[in-house]
Design a protein around this ligand. Sequence first.
Ligand SMILES: Nc1ncnc2c1ncn2[C@@H]1O[C@H](COP(=O)(O)OP(=O)(O)OP(=O)(O)O)[C@@H](O)[C@H]1O
Ligand SMILES: Cc1ncc(CO)c(N)n1
Length: 526
Amino acid sequence: MSIRTLVDTVEHTEALSVPARARTIPHVLSIAGTDPTGGAGLQADLKSIGAQGGYGMAVVTSLVAQNTRGVRSVHTPPSTFLDEQLQAVSDDVTIDAVKIGMLGDAETIRTVRRWLPRSTGAVIVLDPVMVATSGDRLLASDAEDELRALVPLADLVTPNLPELAVLLGEPVATGWEAAVEQGKRLAASTGTSVLVKGGHLEGALECPDALVDASGDAGTVSVVGGTRIDTRNTHGTGCSLSAALATVQTRTGNWHQSLLIVKKWLRGALERADELNVGQGNGPIHHFHEFVPGPIPAPPPEERPFSEQVWELTTSHRLAIETLGFVRALGDGSLPPEQFAYYLAQDAMYLRGYSRVLSRASALAPSEAEQLFWAKSALSCLEVESELHRTWLTGRGQSPAQGRVTRAYVDHLLAASANAGYAVLVAAVLPCYWLYAHVGNALHSQWIGNGAGTDHPYANWLETYADPAFAEATARAISIADSCFAAAPPADREAMIEAFEASAWYEHEFFDAPTRLDLRDSAKLP
Ligand SMILES: Nc1ncnc2c1ncn2[C@@H]1O[C@H](COP(=O)(O)OP(=O)(O)OP(=O)(O)O)[C@@H](O)[C@H]1O
Ligand SMILES: Cc1ncc(CO)c(N)n1
């Protein structure tokens, strides 16, 4: 037998060859008890497996009410249920490694032993848990014989010094040399490799572990040294070590190499343990100290198209328009003719102003296509206006004066055309297209739905605004506004939204004005 004393360095780790494995993410099953504070047992195992790049699975032996200060109570479900959990995993998943931790009592041990052949080919690490860091017992004293009988079925057993003594039926070793000798005896009697852990060495500055390899060059002992880290946060160190070893072993196939890799990680986890601040007793180690979370990304800029944003923003204006008495009456034909006449007269005045504003949009347009679009729109406004005069307004007596709403709306648009840039102007003119198309379409479909009676007094009007050409122009105006918005700096984007909203508000006022008109006194126009 030879004793190789190695310094636990990364250099050694990297010098050793890593055999290729079929699975890059090993499936590792922990069979253990729980720790609701997450530092030991199953919870620690899952973290350790994950930290080593494995896929962790967990079968619960006992539910343990414990924290960093101690164990309060243990609940062990019937062993038939343990068996069901084990079968559920092995019926479905190929298991690359099994870590066995707290088994609690003899019946639990027997159940696991009966199942173990189902994990043929898997690496098996047995952490013979008997007593928690806090000193509480986690294994019934009459179960020690059963646990001893389980050792030969594992590839590696990882006892601390008191557990090593129990497994051998000997007194606890008083020094490191004696402990290593005990490890050798256990390996020889069981044929299982033994990791003798030095965490419990009284008063030692070192915290060595000795690996007694029972495979290959049987009985080879390699000691991995390491300074003792000054922390009280060592809860679950043994659980974490064994689960990590099981995981790494699936990739290296060499216990010594696995130990070097895992001890380096464990040292970091102990050095950074105090950062966790979990509990008031012996806190957990920092399993994921090597993981650096990325910065929290800044909220993405508002990427939704302008049209989507403003349509949503002006929902209440739209609803208000749809439910206006004027709009309903226009739709069902019950609108008094004098109100319709007033409305059309205002609309004709509005369209003259609107046409000027569209011409300005044409003048500011960045491309010939847009210039043409706005110019054509300006022209068709004037055409609609003269058509209104020809068909509706001529011969109906004196036209009313320009109403306040009409003036205010046109002034708002003229102000935008005089003071704002192209993008804001486009946003300001858009509601006139869009809300008209929206209302016109709604009323038109209603009319069609009701049989499209030719006796509807406003059928002509309904047809104008439900016209496909108008819908096409509206879609084009929307798409121009969206492109402007996408290219606009934040201040202009805000101004575009404001301009759209103001125009949408005026649209509502405009539809409401005829109903508010006191026809007997046209001097007091709304
Ligand atoms: N303070 C420490 N500094 C450095 N390494 C330590 C320290 N305490 C324990 N270790 C290492 O942690 C691993 C677990 O050792 P330990 O002997 O404490 O096992 P354990 O008693 O089973 O653990 P647990 O605390 O989970 O019951 C070993 O590799 C040991 O060398
Ligand atoms: C469940 C469980 N397993 C193992 C230990 C040993 O740390 C513990 N405290 N709890």
